[in-house]
Write a protein that binds this ligand. Sequence first.
Ligand SMILES: [Zn+2]
Length: 240
Amino acid sequence: MMNLIDTHFHLDHYKNYLEMARNITELKQYTICVTNSPGVFWTCKNQITETKYLKFAIGFHPQESTLDENDIKDFMRLIMLTNYIGEVGLDYSAKSYMDKQLQLRFFEQIVELCASENKLMTIHIRGAEEDAIRILAKYNPQKAIVHWYTGNRDHMLKLVDLGCYFSINTNMVNSCNAEKYHLLPLEQLLIESDGPYTRVNKKKYVPSLLRDAYDEISVFYKNFDMISNIYENFKRILSV
Ligand SMILES: [Zn+2]
């Protein structure tokens, strides 16, 4: 039996995060716990024990308008404590988010460093596909995962050509725009929960629902080898 893998989960957004952390390890589900800032990453890393299955990623989320130059310095310094980076990215969907020029500067710095250090990144892109594609093409990171992709087909296929992986969740396959996700090559698919922001079986996501999330996504792709396909894909992205 192969282990399930969740490449994008917000452990610190659950009130009962200690219980959730215990469940992940008991269920032996490899889980990348993303954070939204270097400060939160540092706190999680110190307060919650990492296991073979539970790892923290250092984040720099474009929706966090309070992040500044000191935070990017912390990010650059703390990055050596982990092989996992996220949630990072570009988001032009609301004016209240981080200033666009600042987002661009920080994201470029992050991608450049992650490409040279060969770190795995889980990337948020909202309304900023062209800039994200330009920056990713410039530095060509080998371990880039586009999380919850919402852009158009053309941009999606450009990201495929750049070698990006795509992490799929249950809300994506149940959305009215789901058809385009059939164009993604099987070898570039991963599965995420993005818990607590998705629903599985009409319930708010918790780690014990990951198996059901895989089942929903398997039905969407009419692929009943999904567990082993995702396992192989994850092994490959870690090894490049
Ligand atoms: Zn997320």
